[in-house]
Design a protein around this ligand. Structure first.
Ligand SMILES: Cc1cc2nc3c(=O)[nH]c(=O)nc-3n(C[C@H](O)[C@H](O)[C@H](O)COP(=O)(O)O)c2cc1C
Length: 341
């Protein structure tokens, strides 16, 4: 067992995880298909994309709700966003009832409309409501509750004070873990994530499961974050959309083995096929094809002819197009001057 493995905290409030490498909550992406493929490559915990408390309280579950779960995808966290603590508590109770292993609260979303409605990242500027929300949610469920925070609303000292005020109160209320995205809300997705913010949280709350987020595009990045900040795990976001094999690579390095070769075209085709089938089961053929188009575009960089693959997925509009791309660009007869097939 390596030192890295020995120091690993395999527990989030009683939910066991097998490694520090987890899939981030990703709006529009971390659906059941994406979660299952990442799990098959080694993700130890996956997260459903953020959902509004109102949506859960008013509409519930079902195939159209996007709340589909798969028995192979455990443990799995859900993530809720709202503005009213009581409504958040009600939604959390319903989510735990659907079988989610962890309920996560979103205090990070930087989308303008969300901020305008006093949700997500806005709550970092309103400690009173944020703390009341954590209180309602922790009281409403028996499963572990975690919080996703950016390192502040912006870089002002006031924002910093509020960050610590919210996190300290949330810890006192019994949250089992926190995910820190090393950017401010104001930064949105621009500029580098400041990993020191993650390390500072871990130093202040040594007993808490602290996971880091931001700029994790390779297995090397993930291990570097764990080593440099002392965090318990990482949540891989854009890096996993572009390359789900990042989980396999992380596990290899973590076990002291060499990094595996990049995925072959056949491996990529198999993964696309698995994910497409799951998407069809969830959304039906047409919507599943649209959903997979996004993934195809983002994963073009794994192909030896990325520009051609990118353009092919951009113009994809039907299941026939999907099949043609798979046959011509990923099939047995596909041959390229460079790259492994
Ligand atoms: C397309 C997209 C959707 C996201 N959706 C969510 C979400 O639903 N909930 C959440 O907490 N964070 C969400 N995030 C933020 C990521 O989980 C992550 O914290 C952020 O992308 C930083 O990591 P990265 O720089 O490695 O991508 C999203 C990010 C992206 C790019």
């Amino acid at each position: 067992m390596t030192t890295r493995q020995r120091l690993f905290k395999d527990d989030i409030g009683g939910v066991k995880i097998e490694s520090p490498f987890t899939l981030a909550a990703l709006s529009g992406y971390s659906d059941v298909g994406m979660r299952v493929v990442c799990r098959s490559l080694g993700a130890s915990l996956t997260r459903h994309e953020v959902v509004l408390d109102k949506f859960i309280n008013e509409q519930g579950s079902g195939p159209k709700s996007g709340l589909w779960m798969d028995p192979s995808d455990r443990p799995v966290a859900c993530q809720l966003m709202g503005r009213d603590p009581v409504e958040m508590g009600q939604a959390a109770a319903r989510m735990a009832g659907f079988g989610y292993d962890i309920v996560d609260i979103n205090f990070g979303c930087p989308v303008k409309k969300v901020l305008g409605r006093c949700r997500g990242g806005f709550l970092l500027s309103d400690p009173q409501t944020a703390v009341a929300m954590v209180k309602e949610v922790t009281q409403a469920v028996r499963v572990p509750v975690t919080v996703k925070m950016r390192r502040g609303l912006d870089d002002t000292p006031l924002s910093r004070d509020r960050f610590w005020e919210i996190l300290s109160a949330a810890v006192d209320l019994g949250i089992a873990g926190v995910v820190i995205h090393g950017r401010t809300v104001q930064q949105r997705y621009e500029g580098p994530a400041i990993w020191d913010a993650i390390g500072e949280v871990k130093r202040r709350f040594a007993h808490l499961n602290v996971m880091g987020s931001g700029d994790l595009y390779s297995a090397e990045d993930c291990l570097r974050m764990i080593e440099s900040t002392g965090c318990d795990g990482v949540t891989i976001a854009r890096g996993a959309i572009e390359n789900p094999w990042v989980f396999r690579d992380c596990l290899a390095l973590w076990h002291g083995q060499p990094k595996p070769a990049p995925p072959t075209l056949a491996e990529q085709a198999d993964l696309f096929s698995m994910q497409y089938q799951l998407a069809i089961a969830q959304y039906g053929l047409e919507r599943a094809t649209r959903q997979m188009r996004k993934f195809g575009i983002k994963r073009a960089g794994l192909h030896p002819d990325p520009a051609r693959v990118h353009d092919a997925f951009i113009s994809l509009s039907s299941p026939d197009d999907w099949k043609r791309i798979q046959d011509e660009l990923y099939g047995e007869d596909a041959s390229f001057a460079s790259g492994r097939t």
